[in-house]
Design a protein around this ligand. Structure first.
Ligand code: ZN
Length: 295
């Protein structure tokens, strides 16, 4: 399944929907109403319901059979698939090729940091910042895990059961703030610095999350180009590792690290600028495009 959040107008509150065949969206709360299935408005609230996947299937089947709650994707505004996660966990250094690029040793354990959930934005939205506040804004292509079930101290073998699916993310980073502060939370958490989307793809629709091409295009030029086979820690290992430290809740996000080619390590460095169009893509998951704006 491919799930996300949509609205008919840009400023409206989003609702969760299922994308059927590339251009039809089932309005899940409306389909649930018609089918007598309890489906809340937001995707994070839906993921918090028991048997959410079965509920979605029932609502989609009903809507398809009865020709109701159907929308044309072209008529809708896309939002982040999850706009209100309880937490956004990030993993530093998780690609072997990126570790080599920065001359870092391969870590024995994942290094975690965080972005605040207020940084979340969606596909097509602007990444904005005040150029008087930060002068070094950078991109990071990342595969993002969406948690689908409360996870506390789960084993690596069981970890997949706690994953709702995966999506594409850009761990936008203000390098001057990140490196100047001695820790990273401010430089990683500016409003709009966590674009995700275009949609959550459930695991049954992903061939192998540890063998997907991942890339970043900046104004059409490919600046990151790798594959998740280069992960140092797999998604199951990351979920288990996080859940040993703290409870993962439905809707929580894990940004799983970026491959080589980020702007700050390039020679000469490439920094994001007003008007830049940055696209992060992952094979089978889609592309996430945002335009940069000074404010
Ligand atoms: Zn990152």
């Amino acid at each position: 399944m491919r799930l996300s959040q949509f609205s008919r107008r840009a400023a409206a509150q989003p609702w969760c929907g299922a994308i059927l065949d590339g251009d039809t969206v089932i309005d899940l709360p409306a389909a649930g109403d018609a089918a007598g299935v309890d489906i809340p408005r937001t995707l994070s609230a839906l993921l918090d319901r028991w048997h959410w996947a079965e509920k979605v299937s029932m609502a989609v089947t009903y809507a398809t059979e009865h020709g109701t709650a159907r929308e044309d994707l072209d008529d809708l505004v896309r939002h982040a698939p999850v706009s209100d996660p309880g937490k956004v966990v990030c993993v530093g250094l998780n690609y072997e090729d990126h570790a080599r690029e920065g001359d870092h040793p391969i870590p024995d354990e994942p290094v975690l940091f965080s972005k605040f959930p207020t940084a979340i934005t969606g596909p097509g939205a602007e990444i904005t910042w005040d150029p008087a506040y930060t002068e070094q804004v950078d991109y990071e292509a990342e595969l993002v895990v969406v948690v689908g079930r409360e996870a506390r101290d789960v084993s690596v073998d069981d970890a997949w059961e706690y994953v709702a699916g995966v999506t594409v993310g850009n761990d936008v980073s203000a390098r001057d703030l990140q490196h100047g502060d001695g820790q990273w939370v401010r430089g990683k958490s500016l409003d709009t610095f966590a674009p995700i989307g275009p949609e959550l793809v459930t695991l049954d629709d992903v061939d192998d999350p540890h063998d997907l091409d991942i890339w970043t295009d900046l104004d059409g030029e490919r600046l990151q180009d790798s594959n998740t086979e280069n992960f140092i820690f797999g998604l199951d290992e990351l979920v288990a590792f996080c859940s040993r430290a703290f409870t993962l809740d439905p809707g929580d996000l894990i940004f799983t690290g970026t491959p080589p080619g980020v702007g700050v390590y390039r020679d000469p460095p490439v920094l994001l600028d007003d008007g830049d169009r940055v696209t992060v893509g992952i094979e089978g998951l889609g592309e996430l495009t945002n335009v940069c704006r000074h404010r």
